[in-house]
Design a protein around this ligand. Structure first.
Ligand code: SF4
Ligand code: SF4
Length: 646
């Protein structure tokens, strides 16, 4: 399985600054498309008594796992970041692919794919980086502006034993007081950023938890986990509800009869094993009391994904988890049903099929935060986020109000925010099932495929694979087209002879590549790439470090070791190339050749191995040379800066 490796705070800062200067973008997100606030409009909310500049954010998942993901979420306008769920088992083998976003959305994703300590480092690095972004005013927005107000919300799972374990205890304790790591990170800033070393970054990285429970988790265990979190850490807790809480008959009727997704097979047993509505309400009331006794907040999130049988051929597992538009209707109705029992003021957050078209209605129901995931895995990725807030602004303008709370009160016909939210929910939610945009007949189209196979170089260069990657692992770089008739050599003993030629040709001005240390083989770029094979499989895959490179699985692996040196593994064979002033030193492990730019051999020698007859193709030489020269001459985007660092 592909391993994720984060990079240092300094690496991010340097890459961000150089990309801003050379391309006016950050991690590929163009500055002119980023969320830049909305003058005279206030989208702010309070989440657990803390201010957040907007009410939206990524749901715990692929958009909140690594530093660049969190930054990209922020740049799109997210201000409540539900960090990817952590749990005690941090060496899980997650099946690949794990995301199927061809239309409505399925996944077999789980918790964090990094070690607990590495996840902690990623989250704290992102926390510090956001504060540095504010202090340095790199985005051109004054540091005093509430625009930056951002909340990190922990997400932990999945059972009481795991949550009580020492590693999770240490992890949560560190998130509650990250002063040591924050100090170390600030101290590591290089001289050019030394004025920021004494920046006051809050040590409390997060003070709330959204709890994720496993399917079939007994009610007493859910209650035990919430109690443990509140009583041990005095943190605010939101418990994520499973959509099975709506009941098998209700979900079947909604999914199959009203929305038309008859092909999706439900598992009745999963509904029977999960928390039942009659148990849930008393449990939520008891936990509200526990929270109140400890001076913290308690609420519920609607919802987790819905477990269904796997009837597609994307994943290997027997079950898969449904997200997207059908889940939106089920989860909104479930939220209303629970709130009718718990009261209008019961704190609720939301995630299920949220996109720019329904986010405003979800906000009108007074849910905080409203989070998103499936939509951000579609074409455009994080750049889809600013439209959420653009639509919120339009609705505010239309209603002649300037802040979100006033909008909720006005549309909900009450000066009591909670009541107004409830009124809106009662008005808006029953109508959802009639809206055709949630129906199967409107959600059947698949991403376009054109029937061609990706190769190492050249493709239709549509660049779709760049923003759909939640980890910003795909990038493009200029590489001038070239046609070369390369010599094919044979070496026998001490003799080198030219036995023919091979054509090396690239036709496009730009090439696509992948940052293997940021890529977890989730498969999402393959889904949206019009060609077959998957960019993350077929394109050059760059590793940042020797350590991760040495673990490569033989798929198009590249490592730039110095500004004039590159290594590669192509077709399972290892190669090295060094650029000298006018010639190149190329080796395939047992023979080293000095070549001119056309591949003519000037010198050669055996390195090791049995000195017998060997044919030497120079296609790897030309591939490595073109890539290295392309990277060295490219504008300093984040990927290029990180790769050229040596
Ligand atoms: S490059 Fe593709 S496979 Fe890799 S993490 Fe990104 S979307 Fe997933
Ligand atoms: S790899 Fe696929 S998605 Fe990426 S630019 Fe090429 S054709 Fe487009």
């Amino acid at each position: 399985m592909a391993e994720l490796h984060g990079i240092s705070l300094n690496g991010h800062l340097t890459a961000m600054r150089s990309e801003l200067e050379s391309l006016e973008s950050l991690y590929g997100f163009a500055v002119k498309k980023m969320y830049s606030g909305a003058e005279n409009f206030d989208f702010s909310v309070r989440f657990h008594d803390k201010p957040a500049a907007t009410p939206i954010g990524p749901a715990a998942g692929p958009h909140s796992q690594m530093v660049q993901n969190i930054l990209l979420s922020f740049l799109g306008g997210s201000r409540i970041i539900e960090l990817k769920t952590v749990q005690i088992l941090d060496e899980l083998e997650i099946p690949r692919p794990c995301i199927d976003m061809r239309n409505i959305g399925f996944n077999v994703e789980w918790s964090q794919e990094m070690k607990l300590a590495d996840s902690y480092r990623e989250y704290v690095t992102a926390w510090v980086l956001l504060h540095l972004l504010r202090e340095s005013e790199l985005l051109g927005i004054a540091k005093t502006d509430a625009f930056y107000d951002t909340i990190f919300d922990m997400s932990v799972g999945y059972d009481l034993r795991g949550i009580r374990s020492e590693p999770i205890h240490e992890w949560i304790s560190n998130m509650l007081d990250g002063s040591q790591l924050i100090e170390g990170l600030l101290h590591s800033l290089p001289q050019e950023w030394s004025d920021l070393r004494n920046l006051d970054v809050p040590a409390r990285v997060s003070e709330s938890v959204t709890l994720s429970t496993f399917h079939g988790c007994p009610p007493q265990e859910i209650e035990g986990m919430v109690r443990h979190l509140i009583e041990t850490y005095r943190v605010h807790v939101i418990v994520k509800m499973n959509p099975t809480l709506a009941g098998f008959e209700y979900v079947r009727d909604m999914l199959h009869n009203r929305l038309g997704y008859r092909h999706i097979e439900l598992d009745k047993k999963a509904f029977e094993d999960d928390l039942q509505f009659t148990d849930a309400i008393p449990m939520l009331r008891r936990l509200q009391q526990v929270a109140s006794d400890h001076g913290v907040h308690f609420g519920a999130k609607f919802t987790n994904t819905l477990v269904v049988r796997n009837t597609e051929n994307i994943f290997k597992e027997k079950v898969q988890y449904l997200s997207g538009v059908p889940l939106h209707v089920i989860s909104m109705n479930l939220m209303l049903k629970v709130r009718e029992e718990m009261g209008a003021g019961f704190p609720v957050s939301f995630s299920a099929g949220i996109d720019k078209n329904n986010v405003v209605d979800a906000l009108l129901c007074n849910m905080v935060p409203v989070t998103t995931c499936t939509d951000l895995l579609k074409k455009g990725g994080y750049t889809r986020l600013p439209a959420y807030l653009g639509n919120l602004k339009s609705v505010m303008e239309k209603n002649g109000v300037r802040d979100l709370q006033a909008l909720i009160k006005l549309t909900g016909g009450s000066n009591d925010l909670a009541l107004a939210g409830m009124n809106n929910a009662r008005r808006l939610i029953p109508a959802l099932q009639e809206n055709e945009r949630y129906h199967f007949k409107k959600n059947q189209s698949l991403p376009r495929k054109i029937g061609s196979q990706l190769k190492l170089f050249d493709c239709i260069t549509c660049n779709i694979c760049l923003p759909v990657c939640p980890n910003a692992a795909n990038f493009n770089f200029p590489m001038p087209p070239v046609t070369l008739d390369l010599p094919l050599y044979r070496i026998e003993g001490k003799e080198l002879t030219r036995i023919g030629t091979e054509l090396f040709e690239t036709q496009k001005d730009g090439q696509i590549a992948n940052l293997a240390d940021f890529c977890n083989d989730c498969g999402n770029c393959d889904t949206f790439c019009p060609e077959d094979g998957g960019p993350f499989n077929e394109k050059p895959r760059f590793f940042f470090s020797e350590t991760s490179y040495r673990k490569n699985d033989g798929r198009n692996a590249f490592l730039i070791t110095k500004s004039n040196k590159i290594e590669a593994v192509l077709g399972g064979k290892a190669y090295r190339l060094e650029l000298l002033s006018e010639t190149f030193i190329f080796s395939n492990g047992n023979v080293e050749l000095e070549l001119d730019e056309k591949g003519n051999c000037l010198n050669w020698k055996w390195l090791s191995g049995r000195k017998q007859s060997v044919d030497i193709s120079l296609i790897p030489f030309a591939s490595m040379r073109q890539i290295l020269l392309g990277i060295l001459n490219a504008p300093a985007g984040y990927a290029i800066t990180l790769l050229r660092k040596k």
